[in-house]
Design a protein. Structure first.
Length: 510
């Protein structure tokens, strides 16, 4: 009798959830909320700064407070999801994110806003890995999993651009506070949908404990590195604080890796990152995001500052890259991954994205949206669509259910660290190149004009210098994207998943 009941439960678990596609809608909605929140506030920042009387030095904390908490606590959030159950962690993350968003929208001072953004990041660090882990365990058939990851990959890649569009619309037609309030109704819909459509095994809290030393070492190291990268923008890479944070973070992560090999219940079991395909996917994700975040940063400034676009027009100008990512993920990657090895998609995707970035290196201060920005967005978008989906599918394939949360967190960590490094590194390169260009060309222009530079001449040189800095940094981004292609081609050697694969050590893992 007991054996019969157990067999019945196993057979039930093997049957696909009839409401799994509605579950995907819920997961996608939650993931979109987390991803776009990293950029939706950017366009609202000037309005918030004026209203709350923030100094130029303090305004960065609206962004940094979120990225620090989110990037630093992802591993902890992933392991908590494994211990208490992914659905429970998912719903808790949604509730916390909604409350934090409401607090931020109602902020009466800068301290309240900074605290709310940090709280958003903390609950986002619980929500994001739980969402990806639920996706991994909900879709067990290889072909269906490909479609699901295509949609998820499109959101992960296009969410930043959607955030810029939404931020522009909300700021221009409502108020900057709605860039935070908008999360509340989205979260409520996702919470209701999660209770109705998502199912999950109970957590493993009784069989395992939380690795407290691992939490301190791992999260401390990640926080230090993310903070160091954010401070590298205003201070420079040679600043003592920046170097101290980066070196200290690296040391903490080295000690963390040593401890994980000895801990009874490790925060990040090392067999997850030792797998060749998984390690290659993590590295490819990090490198690709470094290059892509640089493009978003520079194109936002180019469109608003150089070409004088409004926030809404700037947001709309990013629509083609969002559409291209969706097409690349859902119509190309999702259809081909079931038949082709993952690297056959990743490598051409990275090369295509690198070509799009290289196109932008010929940009000038003259209006060139149609001739330069638009074709570049299409190439980069299609390329990232070919990268994101197989990277996520490969990174989460063949993972035991009790480790799916922390594996999903590692994917998100690679994305977050890549974004932080990319923003700081490429911005430093752009600033340095611009300063050198402007200094030398102003001197040349002054000599030619007999020492009498008009305001228009000076403005023209400055604009040219700013765009020159952008093109130099984007050129570095194209090189980093090509490096991602090399990493994917050398390390990722998994085969195409067979039909029905996805359980256990299946898809894309040899």
């Amino acid at each position: 009798m007991t054996q019969g009941r157990a067999y019945e439960q196993v057979e039930t678990a093997r049957q696909p959830d009839p409401r799994r596609w509605w579950g995907l809608v819920v997961i996608a909605l939650a993931q979109l909320m987390v991803v776009l929140d990293a950029t939706i506030v950017n366009i609202a920042l000037p309005s918030a700064q004026r209203e709350l009387h923030m100094s130029d030095a303090n305004r960065q904390w609206v962004i940094t407070a979120y990225t620090l908490a989110f990037g630093g606590l992802l591993l902890l959030g992933g392991r908590i999801a494994d211990l208490v159950g992914r659905k429970r962690a998912f719903v808790t993350g949604l509730v916390g994110f909604a409350v934090a968003s409401a607090l931020g929208g109602a902020a009466t001072g800068q301290g309240m806003l900074f605290g709310a953004r940090a709280l958003q990041g903390a609950f986002g660090a619980l929500l994001a890995p739980a969402a990806l882990s639920l996706l991994t365990t909900t879709f067990t058939d290889g072909k269906e999993r490909g479609k699901a990851f295509g949609i998820y990959g499109a959101i992960a890649g296009g969410g930043s651009a959607i955030g810029l569009i939404a931020g522009g619309l909300l700021t221009e037609y409502l108020d900057w506070r709605w860039c935070l309030y908008v999360n509340v109704p989205i979260a409520v819909i996702a919470i209701v949908g999660a209770w109705v459509f998502l199912h999950d095994r109970r957590g493993h809290g009784g069989a395992a404990r939380l690795d407290v030393p691992g939490v301190v070492l791992g999260c401390g190291g990640l926080v230090a590195i993310v903070y160091g990268c954010s401070e590298a923008q205003p201070r420079g890479w040679g600043d003592g604080l920046v170097l101290g944070l980066l070196v200290g973070g690296a040391v903490l992560l080295v000690v963390f890796a040593w401890w994980q090999s000895r801990a009874r219940y490790p925060l990040l079991p090392l067999h997850i990152v030792r797998n060749r395909n998984r390690a290659g996917a993590f590295m490819t994700m990090g490198l690709a995001v470094i290059a892509m975040f640089g493009m978003f940063l520079f194109m936002t400034y180019y469109l608003q500052v150089v070409l004088g676009y409004s926030p809404v027009k700037t947001g709309m100008a990013f629509l083609p890259i969002t559409a291209a990512i969706i097409v690349g993920s859902t119509q190309i990657s999702a259809r081909l991954l079931h038949h082709l090895p993952p690297r056959v998609l990743m490598v051409p995707g990275a090369v295509l994205a690198a070509a799009g970035l290289a196109w932008l290196t010929t940009l000038t201060a003259e209006p060139a949206y149609v001739s330069h920005v638009l074709p570049s967005e299409i190439l980069v978008g299609l390329g990232m669509g070919l990268i994101f989906m197989p990277v996520m599918a490969t990174a989460t394939a063949g993972v035991a259910p009790q480790d799916s949360g922390v594996t999903s967190a590692t994917v998100n960590t690679a994305q977050q660290i890549g974004g932080s490094i990319g923003t700081a590194l490429l911005n430093t390169i752009a600033t340095s190149a611009s300063a050198t260009y402007i200094g030398s060309h102003l001197a040349s222009a002054a000599r030619e004009a007999g020492g009498r530079l008009t305001p228009a001449m000076r403005e023209g040189v400055v604009k040219d210098g700013v765009v020159h800095g952008f093109t130099v940094a984007i050129g570095w981004g194209a090189g980093i994207m090509l490096l991602a292609a090399v990493v994917a081609g050398v390390l990722v050697n998994g085969k195409a998943p067979k039909h029905g694969e996805g359980k256990g050590d299946g898809a894309a893992v040899p």
